[in-house]
Design a protein around this ligand. Sequence first.
Ligand code: FMN
Length: 346
Amino acid sequence: MEHIKEILNIAVWAPSGDNSQPWRFEVRNEKLYIFNIPDRDNPILNFKQSGSYVAHGGLIENISIASPHFGYSANVSLFPDAQNKDLVASVSFENTDKKDHPLFNYIKQRVTNRKPYKNEVLTQEQKDILFESDNVFFREDKAEKKIIASAASTMERIALETPAIHKLFFRGILWNKKDNDAGQGGLYIKTLELPPPIRVAFKFLKHWAITNIFNKIGFSKLASKGNAGVYAKSSALYVVVMDSDTGKDFINAGRISQRIWLNATKLGLSVQPVTGILFLARRVIAGDTGVFLNSHIPLIKNAYEKIKATFGIGSGTIAMMFRVGYANKPTARSYRLSPHINIEDK
Ligand SMILES: Cc1cc2nc3c(=O)[nH]c(=O)nc-3n(C[C@H](O)[C@H](O)[C@H](O)COP(=O)(O)O)c2cc1C
């Protein structure tokens, strides 16, 4: 039992949308059961739990990587109970020799870095390590990065112009260090790496009426353009593409994403997911457009098509998109709640 606690204490350092940490755990007869908490992440972005399943993928990858450190190997079964879609996985542990996985030390070091990246290219060796999976497509050509960055940053415009998304975004911000240090879900303001004038304006922008007035003089478009410039200056942009869009696909996409991120950390590179537009597109493609302004729907479709075309993706689901590059250390990092484990050992 002790080893499960120790493994989970490390595994929960996985990334999750807005640091929502959408998991809880049960242990029965030395077997670990991982549950999704469906209302933890942003209900607009987390369409059909796709974001939370990606987060669970990162968690499960961490469990596999961390287990040998404690002398175990993890045997994972996804969605073991067809009747219970919140039961994401069951994990049984087998004894093995104690041995550190080469990525073990990077689980707690991995971080989302939202700073501007330096305009430097990756070496062939770095690319071979990072992008080895058949599910991963990357682009490093300047013109292509610009197109993808501009499409991705459509998200910022839509988020600032849509009352419901604006509300959820600002509600999810942690404004003080104490809440962040306690490991609470939400985005700590300092991790957003806002440029100084925006940092000052941010306290006011949380009020929809103020953002709405600012938007009338072009604020949302300016914010989007600013971020497009930041995203385009990464060494590469990459996507994780799955054949389909089932829960298992998103979990496996999360596992692949986590492995790349840990390898990038080992290589001294910085990573930021840039996913908002993908999640909005998922909703639009499914015809669930109630939350959006009519004028935004073609913007979302168009941005998604541009991303697909520029990465050269025919069929399949783009589960995640990231930028990677060289950057200074982030100003701050987020923390985690202790894993909530319900023990029913006989
Ligand atoms: C499914 C998913 C989507 C995410 N989307 C974004 C995003 O669009 N932009 C961003 O800056 N961070 C994004 N993140 C990163 C999370 O905000 C981050 O992992 C979380 O706040 C914890 O911080 P950490 O990664 O530094 O530990 C995403 C993470 C996941 C798992």
